[in-house]
Ligand binder design. Sequence first.
Ligand code: NAD
Length: 459
Amino acid sequence: MISQTRDIVQRSLDALLEDEHFLPELQGKAREQAFTSLTAILSTPNHVHKSYLRVPLQNGRVDRIPAFRVQHNNALGPYKGGIRFHESVNEDEVVNLASLMTLKNALHDVPFGGGKGGIIINPRDYSDKELNLIAKKYVQYFSDVLGPDKDIPAPDMGSGEREMDWMMAEYKSIHPGYPYRGSFTGKSVVNGGSLGRREATGKGVFFTFRYMIHDFIHNHKNLLTKTDNIFAKTALTYEDKPLTIAVQGFGNVGSVAALEAHQSTHLQNKVVAVSDRNVTLRNEDGLDIPALIEFTMRNKGDLPTTEEQLREIDVKAEISDREDVLYLDVDVLILAALEDQIHGDNMEKVKAGILVEGANAPITTEADKFLSDKGVIIVPDILANAGGVIVSYFEWLQGRETQFYSEDEVFRMLYEKMQETLDTVLPQFFGDPFPLRQNCYIHSVTKLSTILYRQGKLY
Ligand code: NAD
């Protein structure tokens, strides 16, 4: 995954170097030099902050816990990105995720740069009291480099609104009298979090392919029918057709995306399969998603795994292995569980014509190329799962203004923003030979490069 981001950025820069319409005022040696600067800037972070948090534990031991804050690029605004609480998180991974945030924010015109943090712990090994102390220590150790106008963390794997509430409170204690609500996003609503933040990523995931297939294609029929583009041909086969949808992962992202699909009855879409860490559940006639969500809420997030549990909630479904969801003959497969789910060993078994990346990097580089060459449309993570960071931006705005938006306003603004991005990248995608991922990267890199050039940073 790390090399994948760098490779795509480099390919985007190579394409721009050859494009005579891009920064035409830069010619000859000056152009080459500017592009060398761009490669250096985009492939390396501005800062890697590293500390060992000194945390007294309840058993009397004092641990030194490694923690990072990576600030990749702030050409567009303050650094922004989550803090991952995970035992296998490492510096390279955090650097890569921070650079993805730079590109994601640039793509969606969110006025933030890219950052990411990590704390190397398994949160299950610590008591709530110890986790509270770890969260507070993180803010103490990095307090000089964090802040509403410098670097704004959010939750990531292993952290949630509880940790963000703790961290914001610590930031407030360290900086009395200064604005603090914009210092962290993903907070609880009562602590200044935004309505709609929890559902934002899943709703955005559904919106991206719904808009592409049901709106964009319809409104741009001329463009799509006239081109030889392989992805345009795939897209046209789904136009005005009720879609069958399978969803891998039934957590925050997957369950919300599945519910959106289930509720879009006017589109006659059917969610025919969902899965989680234990099972795949399948029903050709469509699954009762609200009943399944209700079940997961009572069962620590897990889907039913037995016939008896299905009978209890009156849901009809076939139960099979968790991996089966990946190979079903469906129109759309939403990947909302983990990274590296479709790879060299299983890519030939995938039958869906549209894959949507709700999780980060669920498709490896090898599988991405194999499927794209066959004309499978892959809606990449950078495009599909940006709902979370977009609503984080709204949370930051609300914190600054101390004016709060209704849930309807939040979703309306979210869809407007995502639609703007889709209207920018889709015409190119259906017109030129690049997969959508490359197209999105070219757009982000173009924006960042132009801004860096205008700011006089390319020398
Ligand atoms: P979550 O923990 O709420 O849900 C994860 C789901 O995946 C659960 O249903 C779990 O059972 C399932 N799962 C775990 N291992 C699995 C396996 N091997 N096979 C099939 N299913 C498996 O997480 P989430 O917040 O829904 O996030 C899902 C993914 O999306 C993560 O990769 C996350 O990094 C990414 N993401 C999340 C957000 C967000 O706002 N939540 C934003 C961007 C990206």
